[in-house]
Design a protein around this ligand. Structure first.
Ligand code: ZN
Length: 201
């Protein structure tokens, strides 16, 4: 932690806060996209996309899970999605799963999570929709199979939000599914045919 703290204390010295770019941030935020991904420390949205401060609004949790609309009472996920769409007016939402995901690994192996009741309850939101790969439709599903289906499922969950449906219907919102490999940096994009593909830069 000391190195992190030292860098935070020195941060201001390494960034040109006198520049117009940073001063403009005080006037408000106008992010292009809502980026939904896992809390995993190896996935850094700004590093992957090269986003500058103010360019992406982030929602992160274990397994990049979006509860369906109305599924919970208070929900940080619902609040973030609603704010991004209704207030910030983002026109793109990325759901980005990743390789070597601990949350997806726990679902694949059916780990006993009774010692982690919070994790257990959270992952139960994703489990039923992964049944096609977890319960035998595919022999020995790979981790990419599971993580990628999970991304597809969360895109479906986003469509359950009335504001998302309205914006999609009006052609004012695009949904993107990504799968990121933490050890290669490769980004796979969900195509219209339902497959994740690597596109040439
Ligand atoms: Zn993860």
């Amino acid at each position: 932690m000391k190195a992190l703290l030292d860098r935070a204390r020195a941060f201001k010295r390494h960034v040109d806060f006198e520049s117009g770019e940073y001063r403009k941030l005080a006037e408000g935020q106008y992010p292009e996209a809502l980026f939904i991904t896992c809390s995993d420390s190896r996935v850094i949205p700004a590093l992957i996309t090269g986003a500058r401060p103010g360019e992406i609004f982030e929602l992160r949790n274990a397994g990049n899970i979006v509860p369906s609309y109305g599924q919970h009472g208070a929900s940080g996920e619902a609040a973030t999605v609603e704010y991004a769409l209704e207030v910030l007016g983002v026109q793109d939402i990325v759901v980005c799963g990743h390789s070597h995901c601990g949350a997806m690994g726990a679902l694949k192996s059916g780990d006993d999570l009774s010692a982690l009741p919070g994790v257990d309850a959270w992952l139960r939101l994703a489990r039923p929709h992964l049944a096609p790969v977890l319960d035998g439709a595919i022999d020995d599903p790979s981790m990419p199979d599971i993580s990628q289906l999970n991304v597809v499922n969360q895109l479906a969950a986003l469509r359950s939000y009335p504001v998302a449906r309205r914006r999609l219907g009006a052609g004012e919102l695009r949904l993107h599914g990504w799968y990121y490999e933490v050890d290669t940096g490769q980004v796979h994009e969900l195509d219209e045919d339902g497959l994740f593909r690597v596109h040439a830069a």
